[in-house]
Design a protein around this ligand. Structure first.
Ligand code: CA
Length: 223
């Protein structure tokens, strides 16, 4: 899951980024409305946390522009003004939820989870490759009907692999989808995580599903 935070107050932005990363999300930050809109237009994020008061382009204008362009990514608005009019304005513009500053981080996480779950319930069918089953809405994984315990990052990695069965995914592609934009793909973090996944999914199984494509990356497929 990859989130975009559009917030010009650096302290608030880094507090949100750090906290959400600890929850296992990949987080990109834009410091003004214009660059936030540009990053959102790439449609690579699962959720946008959008401050209303921003330089260059305010949050409501960003939201209006996104909805006009049929970008349907859920948006959580941050506002310091908690008047009914502001909330109505935000929801009318196509926000999915809003949070009034200052807020407790746990409340932000709860809202983020709820929005992502709602989106998952609405859109994401259960994924299956051979006897491996991943249910994005319930966030559970089974192999041969046996439930597997995955960490948040392992789950995100497997989710990406299972959405692209039979396709070679390079380390760069994996980094961009499961980690951050500025991820250093020269590190071996991806290999380490693929090995964690392998241990849980393929160890002691006759049929291996995760395949190494030498010098390129990885692929999930049933032989
Ligand atoms: Ca602001």
């Amino acid at each position: 899951m990859r989130l975009l935070v559009v917030e010009d107050e650096r302290k608030v932005a880094s507090f949100i980024k750090k906290g959400l990363e600890e929850e296992g999300y990949a987080v990109d930050v834009a410091a003004d409305g214009k660059s936030g809109l540009q990053m959102a237009q790439d449609r690579v994020h699962d959720l946008i946390i959008l401050d209303i008061q921003l330089p260059k382009m305010d949050g409501l204008s960003v939201l209006n522009a996104l909805r006009r362009e049929k970008v349907a990514i859920p948006v959580l608005l941050l506002t310091v003004r908690a008047t009914i009019e502001d909330k109505v304005l935000g929801l009318d513009a196509g926000a999915d939820d809003y949070l009034t500053k200052p807020f407790a981080f746990q409340e932000l996480v709860a809202r983020v989870r709820a929005l992502l779950r709602r989106r998952a319930d609405a859109k994401q069918p259960v994924l299956q490759v051979a006897d491996l089953v991943l249910d994005p809405a319930r966030r559970v994984v089974f192999r041969d009907s046996q439930k597997l315990e995955l960490t948040t990052r392992e789950f995100a990695l497997l989710d990406y692999l299972m959405r692209n069965p039979g396709r070679v995914l390079t380390r760069t592609m994996i980094a961009e989808h499961v980690w951050d934009y500025d991820f250093d793909s020269a590190t071996n973090v991806i290999d380490v995580y693929v090995n964690y996944l392998r241990k849980k999914i393929d160890a002691d199984r006759e049929q291996k599903l995760i395949h190494t494509v030498r010098g390129v990356g990885y692929m999930l497929k049933a032989e």
